[in-house]
Ligand binder design. Structure first.
Ligand code: 4AD
Ligand code: MG
Length: 467
């Protein structure tokens, strides 16, 4: 077996019949009759399996008995034209090696009864299923497409810290990082925890966003992006929230809110197009098995202009909808933060296309956003998508030292840990903008999956940190 080089199943399925091949992978199914066995083998390189045809008389019965669903095997033999099979070619087995047996009584991934909920309880094994294989391959392609997109535009990939002493979004939803003995905390004279004795000599947390450091990068390098994990200790048990998720945050000097919206729209369209072109087999599979409207939804996003609408106009539309009998769980009025039901109403019912909502009330947005002349709103932009709601959040940033200072004071924020950030406005301040795309929210859209726990390999959610 060792003389032949192993081929990935993805490549092997496109080879000419007649060659000798070696395939290695995990058994999906074995069926057959008393003379012949058919094994469907998958190695993760493609959604498709290769069919192995085994002439039972040529092999030991004890070896064949070990070929059960989930077992890992290597098979060499001739690639022959397949008669009646889904694929053009199949392997006529000449030799089979068993690498790892798989007890059929204990293997959790059975063909029947594997709901998404059940698979979450065996998330260490679920990448072996067709759906998760497809989702994880699409995830990989999308990560590559993100880097490629920004690289081609000359953006610098900036690595921002995961451990931080500042709360970018100001929402207080941070996981603390400490080496203090929680059973025996050091206290100062006032009885407060004495963080000067902690590892970093101050209170630190896992970051909720790389933006503040991203702004330092943009105001030196011009255009940067970050792409990494972010953490939020919000106790939101919804199909759209994770405690650990990946965010892409571009930040650009000399961009105003319009340039920012143009980039966000072009970026998402590019990613969706990339998925349709480069993940054809997996997207087709997800369209067939998970969501029959997936491909048409993806195609329509590429070809439509996103609606651009001020928040105030959005509220009017929602209030009119209520007056005309639409019922929402949460109330709507100027000044309230929109719930996902409201966002989805605008996108799915009213406009029937993606919406970029701008100019939100300053009190429901973060301190760093550029203040409009009306004194009430800020130059925020949220991109809203069907089925998901908010997929991107961003803004033009407040470039004026005076105004930023005033807002920090107004909100009663501690200045101590923020002086370095304010320095960007103190020394050569410039107009700039940026946004954050939730990577898993993008993946929900691109794969048609309905729960965010199913587009990340090992989800972190309230009361769940398994694996
Ligand atoms: O709107 P957010 O909170 O914006 C920021 O963090 C800004 N600092 C971004 C920036 O301007 N550079 O988060 C940005 C995006 C959201 O639109 C959403 O897609 C995603 O991150 N997101 C989450 N995704 C999964 N689980 C959560 N708990 C999320 N919270 C936000
Ligand atoms: Mg947001």
């Amino acid at each position: 077996m060792s003389e032949i080089k192993r081929s990935k199943i993805k490549d092997l399925l496109h080879m000419e019949a007649g060659v000798e091949v070696l395939a290695k992978g995990w058994v999906r199914t074995k069926r057959g009759n008393k003379d012949i066995a058919f094994i469907a083998l998958n190695d993760g390189s493609t959604i498709y399996n290769v069919q192995i045809v085994v002439n039972k008389a040529d092999f030991d019965e004890s070896l064949l008995a070990k070929i059960t669903t989930g077992a890992c095997i290597g098979v060499s033999g001739k690639l022959v034209e397949s008669i009646g099979g889904e694929q053009a070619v199949e392997i006529q087995a000449a030799s089979i090696e068993i690498y790892g047996e798989c007890d059929p009584m204990r293997y959790p991934i059975q063909k029947k009864g594997c709901t998404m909920e059940f698979l979450r309880t065996v998330a260490h094994m679920r990448p072996r299923t067709n759906i998760f294989g497809a989702v994880l391959r699409v995830r990989n392609q999308m990560a590559f497409a993100i880097h490629e997109y920004f690289h081609s535009k000359g953006f610098v990939y900036l690595n921002t810290p995961l451990i931080t002493a500042s709360d970018c979004e100001g929402a207080g939803q941070m996981f603390k990082v400490t080496t203090l003995d929680l059973e025996n905390l050091p206290r100062n004279k006032k009885g407060q925890v004495d963080y000067s004795q902690d590892f970093f000599g101050k209170e630190t947390s896992l970051t909720v966003s790389g933006q503040l450091e991203g702004e330092l990068g943009a105001t030196a390098l011009g255009e940067i992006y970050t792409f990494g994990p972010t953490f939020r200790a919000e106790n939101s048990n919804t199909p759209r929230h994770l405690a650990e998720f990946w965010m892409v945050e571009p930040e650009m000097a000399f961009y105003d809110i319009k340039d920012n919206m143009d980039l966000a729209e072009d970026f998402i369209k590019h990613l969706v197009k990339y998925a349709l072109e480069n993940c054809k087999d997996d997207i087709k599979f997800l369209n067939d098995k998970v969501d029959n409207e997936l491909i048409s939804r993806l195609e329509s996003v590429i070809s439509t202009d996103f609606v651009r609408l001020p928040y105030t106009e959005g509220i009017k539309i929602l209030e009119e909808a209520i007056a005309n009998g639409t019922q929402f769980e949460y109330p709507v009025s100027w000044g309230t933060d929109l719930q996902s039901e409201h966002e989805r109403y605008l996108v799915e019912k009213h406009f029937c296309k993606p919406v970029i909502l701008t100019d939100y009330p300053k009190d429901i947005k973060a301190f760093y956003m550029k203040q409009n002349d009306d004194g009430k709103t800020v130059r925020a932009m949220d991109v809203l998508f069907s089925k998901i709601g908010e997929i991107i959040g961003g803004s033009e940033r407040e470039a004026s030292l005076e105004k930023l200072d005033a807002r920090i004071n107004e909100l009663g924020m501690s200045r101590k840990g923020l002086e370095w950030y304010v320095d960007t406005r103190r020394f050569g301040s410039c107009p700039h903008s940026g946004f954050g795309l939730g990577f898993e929210r993008l993946l929900l859209f691109v794969t048609g999956m309905s729960n965010i726990r199913d587009v990340i390999p090992f989800p972190r959610t309230p009361k769940n940190a398994e694996y």
